[in-house]
Design a protein around this ligand. Structure first.
Ligand SMILES: Nc1ncnc2c1ncn2[C@@H]1O[C@H](COP(=O)(O)OP(=O)(O)O)[C@@H](O)[C@H]1O
Ligand SMILES: O=c1ccn([C@@H]2O[C@H](COP(=O)(O)OP(=O)(O)O)[C@@H](O)[C@H]2O)c(=O)[nH]1
Length: 255
């Protein structure tokens, strides 16, 4: 554990799982990851697989908060490019994350994993409004908490929301699930010769504009010394492995 992670763990009040390195994590799932083999929307098979992997963490006593993206349905920037007013597009993007969160909760509950959805935008009768202290109470009691509607504000991304919620709930680490194995010196999808980093400092990630996470999100974790691990969610067992201390993906921290 880095000293930052030890500090984060020491100041939290949650029960400790023995086998895991991290006791409370914030998992960021991108909307696109939910599409799987489908052309658009949500692939139930992907949700079921994710529920299984999240259930393994809950099974060893890890407290799991999740921020879901909405890029499989709507992105404000893309809608704006197509002519829509940006703020309206961002509102649609945030509502898309609520739909994904409901689908995720459904998959978790079908796997007998207790879960809650909270929304940064009040949506009475559909989901609970986000409240930090309530969220921490749910996590402490072992429920998975899915944070939806991003930060509730336009011009942000769900990466920033994940970092924000991770800091707020005093998570030990923010874990970002992607389609690639970690952070590379350039986009590995477009450059087959890209080289993967095992570890990267916040400042290097900012200076090199590495593209795997937006810069607002990286500034936030840097300012609050919150470690981030980027890993491949398509690799079966990778999530559990990294939570028990395996060297999965790339660690972004103080360096
Ligand atoms: N330096 C980089 N290292 C790793 N991935 C990168 C990098 N630059 C760009 N990417 C891209 O970022 C994507 C992962 O970010 P993610 O937020 O999951 O995707 P999206 O923005 O499509 O939801 C990868 O699929 C990869 O193509
Ligand atoms: O705090 C937030 C988070 C998200 N969004 C909107 O919601 C969309 C979906 O989120 P994101 O693109 O981060 O999803 P992902 O790429 O993770 O699927 C974004 O494009 C924004 O339009 C927003 O306005 N504020």
């Amino acid at each position: 554990m880095s000293s930052a992670e030890q500090t984060a763990s020491a100041k939290s009040d949650k029960p400790r799982a023995d086998v895991s390195k991290y006791k409370r994590i914030l998992l960021k799932l991108s909307g696109e990851a939910l599409t799987g083999d489908a052309e658009f929307g949500i692939d139930p098979k992907v949700l079921d697989r994710m529920a299984l992997e999240i259930g393994q963490l809950v099974g060893i006593g890890v407290q799991v908060g999740i921020v879901v993206g909405g890029g499989n349905l709507f992105r404000g920037a893309a809608l704006h490019e197509a002519g829509m007013e940006r703020v309206t597009g961002d509102h649609m993007g945030m509502l898309a994350t609520v739909m994904n969160a409901l689908a995720m909760r459904d998959a978790l509950e079908r796997s007998n994993i207790r879960s809650r959805v909270m929304s940064a935008i009040p949506m009475s009768g559909v989901v609970e409004h986000y409240d930090r202290r309530t969220a921490i109470r749910y996590l402490t009691s072992g429920d998975v908490v899915i944070f939806s509607a991003g930060t509730g504000n336009p011009f942000f991304t769900t990466d920033s929301a994940a970092c924000l919620r991770g800091i707020e709930i005093d998570a030990d680490v923010v874990v970002k699930a992607t389609k690639v194995d970690g952070v590379y010196d350039k986009d590995p999808v477009r450059h087959p010769d890209a080289v993967k980093y095992e570890q990267l400092s916040y400042d290097d990630a900012l200076d090199q504009k590495l593209g795997v996470m937006d810069l607002t999100a990286i500034c936030l974790v840097r300012d609050h010394d919150m470690p981030v691990r980027v890993f491949n969610m398509n690799k079966s067992g990778a999530l559990l492995n990294l939570v028990v201390g395996g060297r999965e993906g790339t660690l972004i921290d103080r360096g």
